[in-house]
Each structure stands twice: as structure tokens, then as C-alpha cells.
Design a protein around this ligand. Structure first.
Ligand code: FES
Length: 360
């Protein structure tokens, strides 16, 4: 128990019982009589629409028209979807369709948002109110009655008694979502093993490294120290658009040239995957697959813009910061008889984020 004494200014001084038992009053805590007065609500300020009926009617008209504008935006979106279809392999149609659908839906949403805000701020009644807090716990009588109802329902439905129905129902609910797994499996290509697809890319032995997106082959002599080039495999640029995007999503590579003495290797084999300081690494982040393409020439670091993972190109692209768990896979390269950079093989490990069967 604490002993409370009044101080000269009216506040209360509290000494702990332990201190009094020991015979020494070591200290006191001040309990103020009242922390501060309730300041109440600020004075109500009237809006122009509260005092001028014509302004109020005008604001209401604006809100109404904004909703109609939103309807127009939605209809325009449907119109754009129907009359500006995406033609396979035609990037202009892709751009137009995306532009018009985006503009229509953005306009529709924006108009609803502006209308809602204007309605609330200018047209709806403007008054301050106080909602008193109340305990959320029910009274004991309510709680007892709830338990009673629960027991009655259990008794009447026979949920506890009729084990055949109960177990059947639980089983049905557990199995019910399983067809979704089978249906989602249907989204993966049926004629190929998706596991295999994830483990292999367009790269293979002898394919030249070419510039993205032009497909122009790159010679080792084109690469100066410190330069970096976005690379796709030879032949990828000529694929039909949808096949190209699928293939590029796995095969995109960043080619960088460093001084050979700046590169650290854990094995002679890895060293042989580079050519005179030129190294090629997958551009697909091992975290969740964003393109890692921000190259910092001074530090030799590669930055993924999505979640800031950083990889050290001079040290086998090991992760030095961020959520990525594995280094970027390296593409083994060399040069052909004409001096063009070519792949020695596909990547030796799957590129991109982890998946369950990755290590198998
Ligand atoms: Fe690269 Fe997340 S995708 S850090």
C-alpha cells in the first residue's frame, strides 16, 4: 500500500509501503490532482454551402455529373476492349489497347473518388459529434445465454451426437478446395513438364550473345572495362511476340566486363565460365524474379529495384544485402572463331525464384 500525503500546492505525494517499512522514506511520486481540463470541440465553422443555397445546389450538381462521368469512363473502357483488340505480334495494337483501357478505367475510378470526397465535404450535413466508448464485453447474462443457445443448437442439430454426419461434413469441407488445385494445374502447359520448363532456358552451347532488343551479336572486343550490356540469346528476337516474351523472361542476361584481377572465383571451373574479365549473369532476381539491372560500376554491385537485394559481380554474384537467398546464376561463356561471345551451355542451375522441386 502506498501512503498518500498532500503537498502545499494540493497535489498528492505517494510513498511506497516498502520504504515506510524500512523506516526510511526514500522518495515520493507526484500524483497531480487533475492532468488537464477537457478542451472540448473547436468552434463549428460553417461552409459556404451551409449559408448559400445556390452554392449548395451547384455542389450537388457537380457531384452528380462526376458520377455520370465515371459511368462514361467505364463504358469507354468496355468500348476500348471491344474495338481496340490486341493483335498477336502487333505492339502498336497492344499499346493502344492498354492506353485506352487504362485511361477509361482510371477516369472512371478518379471521378467516383472525386465525387465521393466532394459530396462528403460540400453537400452532406456538417456537424461534429462525439461517440462515447463503451465496453465491448457483453454482460454475464448475455454470455450465459449465448452458451445456452450454442448448447441448444448442438443438441438440436445432433452435431456432437451424430458422428457420421459430423465427420462427413468435416471431410467434405476439407476435400472441397482440392479440385481447385487440379484446376490450377491446368494453367500450366500440359504437353511439357513444368518442372523441366523452369529448369531450362533458351540458352544452349554455341548460341551467340546478342543485344536486347536488337539481336545484334556482341564481340568480346566490343566490351570495354566497366561496360554493361543487356543480352538475349541469338534467335530469340526473331520469335513470335508471345514466345519471345516467355523465353526472354528466363533467358535475360546482364553482360559486364571487369578487370580480370577484380574477379574472385571459388573454383577453376567457374573461372572458365568467363572470358578475359567478361562475365554473364542471369538478370532474373532470385528473390521473386524482378529484373536486376542497376549496375554500380565503382563497387561492381548489382541492385534489384524491387526489394533492394544487392549482388556482388566481382564475387560470383553472391548476395550482399536484401531478401534474395541465392546468388544470380552465371551463364558460362567463351568466344567463337570470329571473336563473338557465345554460350558454353545453358545455365547450370534454374534461374529466378525458388520453387519446390528446384534442387531435385
Ligand atoms: Fe529482387 Fe525482391 S525481386 S529483391
Amino acid at each position: 500500500m502506498a501512503k498518500i500525503v498532500k503537498s502545499s500546492d494540493g497535489s498528492e505525494l505517494v510513498a511506497s509501503s516498502q520504504e515506510r517499512l524500512s523506516g526510511k522514506e526514500l522518495g515520493t511520486a507526484v500524483v497531480t490532482t487533475d492532468a488537464f481540463e477537457n478542451p472540448g470541440l473547436p468552434p463549428h465553422r460553417q461552409r459556404v454551402t451551409d449559408t448559400d443555397p445556390r452554392r449548395l445546389a451547384r455542389a450537388a450538381r457537380i457531384v452528380g455529373w462526376l458520377f455520370y462521368l465515371s459511368i462514361a469512363g467505364s463504358l469507354f473502357t468496355i468500348f476500348a476492349y471491344m474495338f481496340f483488340p490486341i493483335e498477336d505480334g502487333d505492339t502498336t495494337s497492344l499499346r493502344l489497347s492498354t492506353l485506352y483501357i487504362g485511361l477509361g478505367s482510371a477516369f472512371a475510378m478518379l471521378a467516383i473518388g472525386v465525387a465521393a470526397v466532394h459530396w462528403g465535404k460540400a453537400v452532406m450535413a456538417d456537424k461534429e459529434g462525439v461517440d462515447e466508448r463503451h465496453p465491448v464485453r457483453g454482460t454475464q447474462a448475455t454470455r450465459d445465454r449465448a452458451v445456452e443457445i450454442f448448447k441448444e443448437a448442438d443438441e438440436e442439430s445432433g452435431f456432437s451426437r451424430r458422428s457420421l454426419i459430423r465427420n462427413g461434413m468435416i471431410g467434405a469441407f476439407v476435400v472441397f478446395p482440392l479440385p481447385a488445385i487440379a484446376l490450377f494445374r491446368g494453367l500450366a502447359p500440359m504437353d511439357v513438364d513444368p518442372n523441366n520448363e523452369l529448369k531450362h532456358t533458351f540458352w544452349k552451347e554455341g548460341l551467340r550473345l546478342t543485344r536486347d532488343p536488337t539481336g545484334v551479336a556482341i564481340k568480346a572486343s566490343d566490351m570495354t572495362i566497366g561496360s554493361s550490356v543487356h543480352v538475349i540469346p541469338e534467335g530469340l528476337a526473331e520469335l513470335p511476340e508471345h514466345e519471345k516474351l516467355d523465353a526472354k523472361a528466363k533467358a535475360a542476361v546482364l553482360l559486364v566486363r571487369l578487370k580480370p584481377e577484380d574477379l574472385k572465383w571459388t573454383s577453376e571451373k567457374r573461372k572458365g565460365w568467363s572470358y578475359d574479365g567478361i562475365v554473364a549473369y542471369s538478370k532474373i532476381c532470385t528473390h521473386v524474379g524482378c529484373p536486376v539491372a542497376l549496375y554500380e560500376q565503382q563497387t561492381h554491385h548489382l541492385l534489384c529495384p524491387c526489394h533492394q537485394s544487392q549482388f556482388d559481380i566481382s564475387n560470383e554474384c553472391k548476395v550482399i544485402f536484401g531478401p534474395a537467398a541465392r546468388p544470380l546464376p552465371q551463364l558460362p561463356i567463351t568466344v567463337d572463331a570470329e571473336g563473338y561471345l557465345v554460350a558454353r551451355s545453358d545455365f547450370e542451375e534454374p534461374v529466378g525464384p525458388s520453387f519446390w522441386e528446384r534442387e531435385k
